[in-house]
Ligand binder design. Structure first.
Ligand SMILES: *[C@@H]1O[C@H](CO)[C@@H](O)[C@H](O)[C@H]1NC(C)=O
Ligand SMILES: *[C@@H]1O[C@H](CO)[C@@H](O)[C@H](O)[C@H]1NC(C)=O
Length: 365
């Protein structure tokens, strides 16, 4: 049995359970939730309903685009803006199906989140999945930023298990992004290219993931000397040309993912991390260990990352030159926080048109 439960449990099962089991037996309720939010606390009344986006005539109804994101009270506003931006810019908005992963141990519950999303996007195709933090919690070691230790950050590792086997490809997106281009273009990227040149003896290979890669970044610094000095570990990169990539935007071939059991491979590195401290960051390094050198390179326009600035309280970044399809506020600062505080960075104004939350201060803007 998988440790995940989609929240749409067949009705009959619920019906029988009511008679046979206490509710505690069907739902494990955490004893001490770290933070208790009432649905009213996020003030859903402050969200306005998104405009209705309809398919153009050229859209084939069965061509679904699957997008996975996490859903969490602290990032809800970002997720809502991200969804809004995707619908607004795609030519076939009704063909985009969203897989939202919510933490079982946090409030609001996945059921409530479903209601919130429905009220904002009444005709959206989506499903909220219940992520059991317990499956990954024991694997997470301390990292330099507390936010990186949130189990929900690791949910992307479990997409192959959570999503139905008929879903063979998914675009994973962080919640602090907006898409300003047709997501169909990202969806149809072939995952056939390696970032290193093929040796003549080597057959062309396809990869399980595609992402913008950054080979000028100093790859050494993502791992500690414990890692580089231990040949049995560092040999993982032998005959590879690993480059940094950001795991906030990935196209994933779920068939390859499942066939190669990449979930276990990532978990294995997390086990090693617990014993040997081989990196400082959170969910990124195990991805680099498993996929470094085996990522299909996607155009940089699909991840203008770092717009959140660095760990300093207010550090603004400007856009890199070149065309942009996706903006990503990775880093400590989030546009909605800076806007609410009345102290936005220039790039935050690009996020604002997709915001569907009406903060009290906005009436003054
Ligand atoms: C990359 O980073 C490592 C460790 O921080 C450093 O020793 C090395 O000199 C750097 N390499 C380059 C090319 O900057
Ligand atoms: C080197 O790494 C392996 C795991 O791949 C570990 O079993 C071994 O203890 C490490 N050696 C040292 C000296 O840390």
């Amino acid at each position: 049995m998988l440790p995940f439960q989609p929240i749409s449990i067949p009705f009959l099962l619920i019906f029988i359970s009511l008679f046979l089991l206490s509710t505690d037996a069907i739902r494990s309720v955490p004893e001490t939730p770290s933070k208790v939010y009432d649905v009213n606390d996020i003030d859903t009344k402050r969200y306005i309903e998104a405009p209705e986006y309809r398919n153009g005539d050229q859209c084939e109804v069965l061509n679904l685009i699957h997008v996975a994101m996490t859903l969490d009270v602290n990032y809800l506003r970002g997720s809502v803006a991200a969804v809004h931006s995707i619908l607004k810019h795609t030519s076939c908005p009704e063909n985009v199906y969203f897989h939202f992963i919510a933490s079982q141990s946090k409030s609001p519950e996945p059921e409530s989140l479903t209601g919130i999303i429905k009220s904002i996007f009444p005709s959206l195709g989506f499903k909220v999945y219940c992520f059991d933090d317990g499956v990954v919690k024991h694997l997470i070691s301390n990292s330099i930023r507390e936010a990186l230790e949130d189990p929900l950050n690791y949910a992307r590792i479990y997409l192959g298990d959570m999503l139905h086997p008929s879903v063979t490809r998914v675009i994973y997106l962080d919640s602090d992004i907006i898409v300003v281009d047709d997501i169909q273009k990202l969806w149809s990227v072939p995952l056939t290219g390696l970032t290193r040149p093929l040796k003549s003896s080597e057959p062309a290979r396809s990869t399980a993931i595609g992402a913008p890669v950054y080979c000028h970044a100093n790859f050494t610094k993502y791992f500690t000397s414990n890692f580089w000095s231990n040949v049995s570990m560092s040999s993982v990169f032998d005959n590879k040309k690993p480059c940094y990539f950001n795991t906030g935007v990935m196209v994933m071939d779920l068939v390859k993912w499942r066939d190669n059991d990449f979930r276990s491979r990532i978990e294995n590195w997390m086990e090693i991390q617990k014993m040997h401290r081989i990196y400082e960051l959170g969910s990124l390094p195990p991805f680099l260990l498993v996929f470094g050198g085996d990522v299909t390179e996607i155009d940089h326009r699909w991840n203008q990352h770092g717009l959140g600035g660095n760990n300093r309280v207010h550090s603004c970044r400007s856009l890199h030159p070149g065309p942009i399809s996706l903006l990503h506020w990775s880093g400590k600062g989030k546009p909605w926080v800076r806007l609410d505080a009345g102290d936005p960075c220039p790039v935050d104004e690009l996020w604002l048109p997709y915001d569907l939350y009406r903060h009290p201060t906005q009436q003054l803007r």
